[in-house]
Design a protein around this ligand. Structure first.
Ligand SMILES: O=P(O)(O)OC[C@H]1O[C@H](OP(=O)(O)OP(=O)(O)O)[C@H](O)[C@@H]1O
Ligand SMILES: Nc1ncnc2[nH]cnc12
Length: 192
């Protein structure tokens, strides 16, 4: 399945799920900076029906891709990815912002919609036999996800794909991550 075929169709093929998830995401204007329309997922997390439906959908995607590990991107990616890993029976590996992991790390610098940062992973948490699904809440410029893809490749593990709750289509994130993913699939449950 091509990355393009994976992107977006969840919203059209599962309209009830898409409507439920979308109804629980709040727009906050001018946060954290003027001009940014912030997508706040906390109402979705507070709703057990919506959070469970999201977890089940992402767990099914992880299993369908043959993943062995789920990687979550700090911080909102942790909240989504950890229950997916438990539901799918896979390990969870955090990608953290610089300086938070105590062991030997690989590091990757990146830019995002409203700033720049550096992320790290404990390379010892992944082996070449692992197939890694990366999970995050929002794909905006794609800078964060692209850096995570590069980081996973540098560990020597295989990429099972990238799944996000929501893609912001007015930014060129999809082109950026599908180029970085190569043959590995991309799934956005919602496109806004
Ligand atoms: O596509 P991009 O332009 O890179 O933006 C997307 C990233 O931005 C947000 O994370 P943020 O760094 O704000 O961290 P948080 O989850 O700790 O709030 C979001 O959770 C994604 O990880
Ligand atoms: N507009 C946005 N809303 C929420 N998270 C984001 N990460 C990057 N851009 C974002």
């Amino acid at each position: 399945m091509s990355p393009q075929a994976e992107a977006g169709p969840a919203a059209s093929s599962r309209p009830a799920l898409a409507d439920l998830l979308l109804s629980r995401i709040r727009d906050v204007p001018d946060y954290p900076k003027p001009g940014i329309a912030f997508k706040d997922i906390t109402p979705l997390l507070a709703d057990p029906e919506a959070f469970t439906a999201l977890t089940d959908e992402l767990a099914a995607f992880s299993l369908a891709q043959g993943a062995t590990k789920v990687v979550g991107l700090e911080a909102r990616g942790f909240i989504l990815a950890a229950p997916v890993a438990v539901r799918a029976g896979m390990g969870f590996v955090p990608v953290r912002k610089a300086g938070k992991l105590p062991g030997a790390t690989l590091a990757q610098a990146y830019d995002l919609e409203y700033g720049s940062a550096e992320m790290e992973i404990h390379a010892e948490d992944l082996s070449p036999d692992d197939r890694v699904l990366i999970i995050d809440d929002v794909l905006a410029t794609g800078g964060t996800a692209e850096a995570a893809i590069q980081l996973i490749r540098r560990t020597g593990a295989q990429l099972a794909g990238l799944a996000v709750l929501m893609e912001l289509t007015f930014l060129p994130g999809r082109e950026r991550v599908t180029a970085a993913l190569g043959e590995a699939p991309y799934q956005a449950l919602l496109t806004v």
